[in-house]
Design a protein around this ligand. Structure first.
Ligand code: G3I
Length: 305
C-alpha cells in the first residue's frame, strides 16, 4: 500500500499519530493526518487538567473534536491518559487520602464512560516509575497517599467503566531491558498472576542521541508480550535527520513487526513544525509536510511503497 496506515493494516497493525485539536483546521495538517494515519492519540486534550480542571466539572470539547474527526474517518483512538502525576490540576494534590481515592476512581469512571466503546486502548496509568537504577515508584499524590496499590485500583476501576477497551500501562525509558523496565515487567507479571485487569504495555519510545533505540528493543517488547499482554509503541519520535534517523525508524518498525503481539505504532506528532521537542526534527514529515527519509524508511519497513 502507499500510505503508513494502509501498509500497517496489511500487517494487522495500526499506524497512528498524536494530534492536537487546535491544528485540525489547518488543511495541510488535516490532509496529512487523514491520508497517512489510521489511529490518533489526543496529545493533551484527554489529560486530567484539560478534562477536569475543577473537581466534578468535566469538559470534553476539544477531545471530542479529535474523537469525532477520527470516528468519522474510520480511525482508531487511543486514550491518553487517566492517571498521571503531570498535567494534574493542583486540587487533586491537595486532597486527603480517602477523597483522593474517590476523585481518582470518579475521574476514571466519568471519562471512560463518556467515550465508552470509542477508545480502542487507554493509557490508564502513565509514568509511575522513577528513572535510574532503583526500580522504585515515582512520587506523586497517588503514590504518596494511596501507596503501591493505586495502579491496581485504577485498572480495576477502568475495566468496570469500559470493558471493551484495552487497558495499558504506559512509560518512557522502558524501551530496552533496564532497571526501570524490569520494575514494570515485575508489576505486569504480578498483575497477570493475580488477575488484575491489564491488556497492554505502552512503550513511549522517545529517542535521541543520548537515548538511542536500544539494541535489545525487540527482545524487550517480546519479553512483555510473553507475559500475555499486547505491546504498543505509543509516542515514537527520534531526534536527528537524514539516513541515521531513517535507519532508526526502520529498526523500530521492524522490531514491532517481529513481535506478533506488537499491535501498533503511534508517532508523537504529524509534523516537525509542532513537535513537543521545540527545536527538534524528530518526526516523519518536515515543517512543510514533506515526507522525510524517515517516512520512506517506515513505509518500506511496513511493506509499502
Ligand atoms: O494549553 C495551554 C495554554 O492554555 C497555556 O496558555 C500555555 C502556556 O504555557 O500552555 C498550554 O499548555 C501546554 C500544553 O502542552 C498544550 O500545548 C503546556 O504548557 C505544555 O507543557 C504541554 O506540553 C505537553 C507535555 O506533554 C506536557 O507534559 C506536550 O504538548 C506533549 O507532547 C507532552 O506529551 C508527553 C506525553 O503526554 C507523555 N509522555 C511524554 C510526552 C512528551 O513530553
Amino acid at each position: 500500500a502507499s500510505t503508513l496506515g494502509a501498509s500497517a493494516a496489511e500487517k494487522g497493525r495500526y499506524f497512528g499519530t498524536a494530534v492536537a485539536a487546535n491544528h485540525l483546521g489547518e488543511s495541510a495538517y488535516a490532509n496529512t493526518l487523514n491520508t497517512e494515519f489510521n489511529s490518533v492519540t489526543p496529545e493533551n486534550e484527554m489529560k486530567w487538567d484539560a478534562i477536569e480542571r475543577t473537581r466534578g466539572s468535566f469538559s470534553y470539547g476539544s477531545a471530542d473534536q479529535i474523537v469525532n474527526h477520527a470516528q468519522s474517518r474510520g480511525m482508531k483512538v487511543r486514550g491518553h491518559t487517566l492517571v498521571w502525576h503531570s498535567q494534574l490540576p493542583s486540587w487533586v494534590g491537595s486532597l486527603a487520602t480517602a477523597d483522593l481515592r474517590s476523585a481518582m476512581n470518579n475521574h476514571i469512571t466519568q471519562v471512560m464512560t463518556h467515550w465508552k466503546g470509542k477508545i480502542h486502548s487507554w493509557d490508564v496509568v502513565n509514568e509511575a516509575f522513577q528513572d535510574g537504577s532503583s526500580g522504585a515508584r515515582r512520587s506523586s499524590p497517588f503514590q504518596d497517599k494511596l501507596g503501591n496499590g493505586f495502579i491496581e485500583e485504577a485498572f480495576r476501576t477502568a475495566r468496570a467503566a469500559d470493558p471493551a477497551a484495552k487497558l495499558c500501562y504506559n512509560d518512557y525509558n522502558t524501551d530496552g531491558v533496564n532497571a526501570k523496565s524490569n520494575a514494570v515487567y515485575t508489576m505486569v507479571r504480578d498483575f497477570k498472576a493475580r488477575g488484575v485487569p491489564i491488556d497492554c504495555v505502552g512503550f513511549q519510545s522517545h529517542f535521541n542521541s543520548a537515548s538511542p533505540v536500544p539494541s535489545d528493543y525487540q527482545a524487550n517488547l517480546q519479553r512483555f508480550a510473553d507475559l500475555g499482554v499486547d505491546v504498543q509503541i505509543t509516542e515514537l519520535d527520534i531526534e536527528g535527520s537524514g539516513t541515521a534517523q531513517a535507519n532508526s525508524y526502520g529498526n523500530v518498525v521492524r522490531a514491532c513487526l517481529a513481535v506478533s503481539r506488537c499491535t501498533g505504532i503511534t508517532v508523537w506528532g504529524v509534523t516537525d513544525k509542532y513537535s513537543w521537542r521545540a527545536s527538534g526534527t524528530p518526526l516523519l514529515f518536515d515543517g512543510n509536510y514533506a515526507k522525510k527519509p524517515a517516512y520512506t524508511a517506515v513505509l518500506t519497513a511496513l511493506g509499502g511503497s
